[in-house]
Design a protein around this ligand. Structure first.
Ligand code: CAA
Length: 409
């Protein structure tokens, strides 16, 4: 029985910051962002979007053409969840109108929980081949203004339907795992911004990669040469390159620049234009690779490395299925990226500073472009969401509604 990804889609905010502007404002050479960390544009969430609206938007696309009645489990993976108790999956389930005989749960282990969700989904579908699992991975990557982490912020979501009738990718159930208790990146409950020891986090990431790969080899006997392409967790796109060179060195594989370009570069494009999306980041990389129409990926084997600070890692493999291209929504993703509206530095900082009341008082959020769903406000400590008519919600490329937003004061 083949198990894997039947459908996959992403959502990113309509608003973005050109890192040229950030570099100029922070007195940093743009080359540091562009070449040193490999980032050019950062997605910036509007005040009326959060992980729920981004996740529901991505899931709406992933569910197109899928038998919704077969969805018996919704797993929400995030490290920027909106509630300590209630699963984000329940909000998405409601916004999408999925049927009520459904299991809904949220998973957490930094950026890696989306991969645990995928493996959980594979086990579920192996036991119940008629069922499908909807996975929603959504995050807002947020550090402090003016910190070293600032240019590696971002926001976005990826949703996947995992089933026994995959159309895009067969995912192998075996994986190499590694866990170690470290403090490279974390976010205590009382903080909105992550704390990070940046240089240390890179070292731990690379160490986890080595250990996962060793474990994967022990479990499966796989070799580096068996993979055509590699997709890594991408906190910033240059990390993918660093990771791949590190793994190649460990394996004594000497890669020509053409091989290196072919194995890793196609997966980096979306991240470079979006920034870190934590749980969604590896899968945004997968979409970047799949959407590259200069490549014919049928039957290509892909190696995946998922990393979650704190830390846990997983290495696993998958094979792209014949006819995968017909199941992709490449044009829609290109439109999302092309029709974004660029913020000025003042607008970016105002978006960044925006916060819902913390005393549960009633609040109506200003309206921005958020796709098909938006966070309409808050009352009695409860967030409320609404559907946006498609014409208003997806009118990318129109004038920036932002300037008139009430919170700008
Ligand atoms: N032109 C070209 N390159 C330049 C340059 C210039 N003018 N100036 C600097 N560079 C290069 C540097 O040489 C360096 O390259 P190497 O990595 O090859 O040495 C690179 O740009 C970055 O420069 P710095 O090391 O000086 O960068 P920094 O101190 O500003 O911090 C960072 C970079 C650690 C990534 C920081 O942005 C950060 O803390 N980000 C958040 C944490 C993070 O993303 N960690 C990744 C692993 S943890 C993880 O993966 C989980 C997760 O999602 C967070």
């Amino acid at each position: 029985m083949k198990l894997g990804i039947e459908s996959i889609h992403m959502h990113i905010p309509t608003y973005a910051l050109d890192l040229r502007d950030l570099a100029a404002e922070r007195g940093v050479e743009f080359a540091k962002y562009q070449r040193g960390i490999g980032q050019e544009v950062m997605a910036v969430p509007a005040p009326d979007e959060d992980v729920i609206t981004m996740g529901a938007n991505a899931a709406l696309g992933a569910l197109e053409g899928v038998d919704r009645d077969a969805i018996r489990t919704v797993v929400f993976a995030t490290e920027s969840g909106i509630d300590q108790s209630k699963a984000g999956a329940i909000y998405v389930h409601q916004l999408l109108g999925l049927h009520s005989n459904c299991r809904t749960v949220e998973m957490k282990q930094a950026c890696c929980s989306s991969t645990s969700a995928l493996h959980f989904a594979l086990s579920t579908v192996a036991l119940h081949p008629k069922q499908k699992v909807l996975i929603v991975a959504a995050d807002v990557a947020r550090y402090g203004l003016g910190t070293a982490g600032e240019p590696t912020q971002g926001a976005g979501a990826v949703a996947m339907v995992v089933s026994a009738t995959p159309r895009i990718m067969q995912v192998e159930p075996d994986a190499g795992y590694y866990t170690e208790d470290v403090m490279d990146f974390w976010r205590p409950n009382y903080r909105d911004e992550a704390l990070v020891d940046g240089k240390y986090s890179i070292k731990v990431y690379l160490h986890a990669l080595e250990e996962c790969w060793k474990n994967y080899q022990q479990e499966t006997g796989a070799s580096f040469e068996q993979f055509d392409h590699f997709c890594y967790h991408l906190p910033f796109s240059r990390m993918g390159l660093k990771a791949h060179l590190h793994l190649a060195r460990e394996e004594n594989a000497s890669l020509s620049s053409r091989e290196l370009q072919q194995q890793i570069e196609p997966s980096l494009g979306y991240n470079r234009l979006t920034g870190n999306t934590y749980t969604a980041s590896l899968y945004l990389g997968v979409l970047s690779l799949l959407d590259d129409d200069s490549l014919e990926l049928e039957n290509n084997r892909i190696g995946f490395f998922s990393y979650g600070s704190g830390c846990m890692g997983a290495f696993f493999g998958g094979t792209v299925l014949p006819g995968y291209r017909e199941a992709l929504k490449t044009d829609s993703r290109r439109r999302l990226l092309a029709e974004r509206q660029f913020l000025t530095m003042d607008e970016y900082e105002a978006f960044y500073q925006f916060a819902l009341p913390k005393d549960g008082s009633e609040f109506v959020t200003p309206r921005h472009q958020t796709g098909a769903f938006r966070l309409s406000g808050m009352k009695d400590h409860q967030r409320s969401y609404e559907k946006v008519p498609v014409a208003a919600g997806n009118a990318g490329g129109s004038t920036c509604a932002y300037a008139a937003a009430p919170f700008m004061g």
